[in-house]
Design a protein around this ligand. Structure first.
Ligand SMILES: CNS(=O)(=O)c1c(F)c(F)c(SCCO)c(F)c1F
Ligand SMILES: [Zn+2]
Length: 229
């Protein structure tokens, strides 16, 4: 991600509409998840997620955050069930965070933001042949959003495997291998979720995402959180 792109992102979403008119469309994310406007849908199935260790590459993608990329060609980590039709392969995960007392989650709940939000990005491998093809399609992507709050350290230590490596990739473009991560253990113990049809939250803002936002947040320690800003 060039400095120009990072500067573009830092100008803020209110400027994106000039280059990406879709920003004014009705299917844009993130949203305020208002309890009074949600309803229980008995037709929704439980989420089904592979329970296995994977190998991945961790990259400081823009000097401001990290991206963990997975090899989705062989032996992928697959998500199905919930609101989804077909299989969705895990392609990457990344985090949106604030700093110190500033919250950084993209979605908010009844007007309240969380310290950070983990995004696990999957593409529809039952209908499309690659992430690049799926990212522009209305049923192309499924992103699991997991809120993160500062509290006791994450019990599974899975998040610790990620935060422990952050100090090793402080420069833009630096990368490190991370094997043995089980993405299932990044999900909270409660399987309750909200779901809605939305978009990428950064340009090009494609309206291709079925969002699955977990209701229960994960907790990280203050020490771990300090590595994120
Ligand atoms: C801004 N978070 S996000 O979860 O909306 C998100 C994202 F940041 C990405 F980088 C990609 S990868 C394809 C576009 O480059 C993606 F599919 C996403 F859904
Ligand atoms: Zn994201």
């Amino acid at each position: 991600c060039s400095f120009k792109h990072a500067r573009f992102l830092l100008r803020g979403p209110h400027t994106w509409v000039h280059q990406f008119p879709i920003a004014q469309s009705s299917r844009q994310s993130p949203v305020d998840l208002r309890s009074s406007e949600t309803h229980f849908d008995a037709k929704l199935q439980p989420l089904n997620y592979d329970d296995k260790a994977t190998s991945s590459r961790m990259l400081n993608n823009n000097g401001l955050s990290f991206k963990l990329s997975f090899d989705d060609s062989s032996d992928p980590c697959v998500l199905n069930g919930g609101p989804l039709d077909g299989d969705f392969r895990l392609n990457q995960l990344h985090m949106h965070w604030g700093c110190d007392k500033l919250p950084g989650s993209e979605h908010i709940v009844d007007g309240n933001a969380y310290a950070a939000e983990l995004h696990m990005v999957h593409w529809n491998s039952s209908k499309y042949s690659s992430m690049q093809q799926a990212v522009t399609q209305p049923d192309g992507l499924a992103v699991i959003g997991v809120f993160i709050q500062v509290g006791k350290e994450h019990e599974h230590k899975e998040l610790k495997k990620i935060t422990d490596l952050l100090p090793k990739i402080t420069n833009e473009g630096s990368k490190i291998e991370l094997s043995g991560l089980n993405p299932l253990l990044l999900l909270p113990s409660s399987t309750a979720y909200w779901t809605y049809l939305g978009s990428l939250t950064t340009p090009p803002l494609h309206e291709s995402v079925t969002w699955i936002v977990m209701k229960e947040p994960l907790s990280i320690s203050k020490q771990q959180g300090r590595r994120c800003c």
